[in-house]
Ligand binder design. Sequence first.
Ligand SMILES: *Cc1c(COP(=O)(O)O)cnc(C)c1O
Length: 234
Amino acid sequence: MSGEEFRERLAAVRRRIDDAARAAGRDPAEVRLLAVTKTVPADVVRLAIEAGCDRLGESRAQELVAKVAALIDVPPPGPRWVFLGPLQTNKARDVAAHADELHSLDRIELARALQRRLEAADRTLDVLVQVNTSRESEKSGVAPQDALGLVREVAGLDRLRVRGLMTIATRGGDDGEARRCFRELAAVAGRVRAEAIAGVVMDELSMGMSGDLEAAVAEGATTVRIGTALFGAR
Ligand SMILES: *Cc1c(COP(=O)(O)O)cnc(C)c1O
């Protein structure tokens, strides 16, 4: 892919986000784009960074480590790396060392492992709790009714900063089903926010991908995670 082709795709995605925001009566600036670079080669990721993508999402620890190393020479400030896939506890060290945000926190054991690794690396990590709003058994994420309890426990870990929630809509569902998932995530965030837990900020709703970003923006997304629409089919 050429830099020009990428910039055209990026502009088209940004237009979709802006149109969806205006249709919902929202300020387009409230919705940030996270470019999902999993499986995308480092030279194409470099084009994305040059085109202005400053927040990049990876879903495998090994690939995150390799991409960070391959792109270590980009001019500062460099991209913010987001980990958004299922994470095994034994890979916590890689994420603690290299990621700036984790959007897939789904259990306290993982949070504790990250806390230990972050202490050792003297870093902090912004985290979003992943909520399984689709209730599909193969999806990760806590059940909606368990999100508050997990947030309360994570709030006690000083290296993890809870910033919001993340969800993935039902696979193969229609627009109405996607909106139901996204509306439920917003409702869970509202319930957590009402508890006013010390150290917990609930201003980030990471929801919406290439196929359902309009539904997510309509329901209050502050970050949409876009892979296919920017980089092509994986
Ligand atoms: C791959 C992935 C995306 C991007 O999905 P596209 O449909 O390619 O835009 C978003 N979120 C998560 C968690 C992913 O794993």
